[in-house]
Write a protein of this length. Structure first.
Length: 220
């Protein structure tokens, strides 16, 4: 029975475990070829302002990912979070932050190897994951739940709530798709990170009012 629980846990955490294994493997493989002293930090102009041991680069973030995983797994337990939805949310947050650590470590390894990759280009990965997850939350938002488009129109009518949150789900799915653009045009990263979600939320709120007013007119 215990073996089945461990197997289920490993399968459920496969994405996080795969990311961490890749993180350690890449760090060790690249670290073998790095000199003992390497650049560890750069200022905004790209000038090195801190030099340190290569082991700091190799170990610090991979170990941080293990700590994030352990803390997340503990908090996600049914004794801390009895709600299945809260455990699911915690699992995603764990995956999201491990992905952030993964992105930061890959960038550090590339920089230490003399390869410059814009941070904005790499950050499209966690941004895409975040908007895709938010899209799913809107799609599954229950009436009067903690998460959802809450306006006086959605809270007064279950149908308006459902239709508004379905629209928000579709719009945030589009936001996630748009985050693929900075992979090629990283200069647009901050614009696409902020503008589409803000427009999507505004559109959903306006839509909730429109269908609420339209529904009353139909009833009149």
């Amino acid at each position: 029975m215990r073996g089945k629980k461990i197997k289920y846990f490993i399968m459920r955490k496969a994405p996080q475990l795969l990311l961490m294994a890749t993180l350690f493997a890449a760090s060790l493989l690249v670290g073998v070829y790095l000199p003992q002293r390497i650049p560890l930090h750069w200022d905004r102009q790209g000038i090195v302002d801190r030099i340190g041991s290569k082991y700091e680069l190799i170990l610090m973030l991979p170990v941080a990912s293990v700590i994030l995983f352990a803390v997340g797994a503990f908090v996600e337990s049914r004794f801390i979070l009895p709600s299945v939805k809260l455990r699911g949310f915690m699992s995603f947050m764990q995956f999201f932050f491990i992905t952030l650590v993964f992105v930061l470590q890959i960038r550090g390894l590339l920089r230490a190897s003399g390869v410059w990759v814009p941070m904005e280009r790499l950050m499209t990965i966690p941004a895409l994951l975040l908007y895709a997850f938010v899209s799913g939350m809107f799609n599954n938002a229950e009436y009067f739940s903690l998460f959802g488009i809450k306006t006086k129109w959605t809270l007064n009518n279950r149908l308006v709530w459902e239709r508004t949150n379905r629209l928000a789900s579709v719009l945030f799915r589009i936001c996630a798709g748009l985050m693929l653009i900075p992979v090629f045009l990283y200069e647009l990263f901050y614009l696409l990170l902020i503008a589409p979600p803000a427009i999507s939320l505004a559109a959903a709120i306006i839509y909730s009012k429109a269908i609420s007013v339209g529904g009353r007119d139909d009833q009149d």
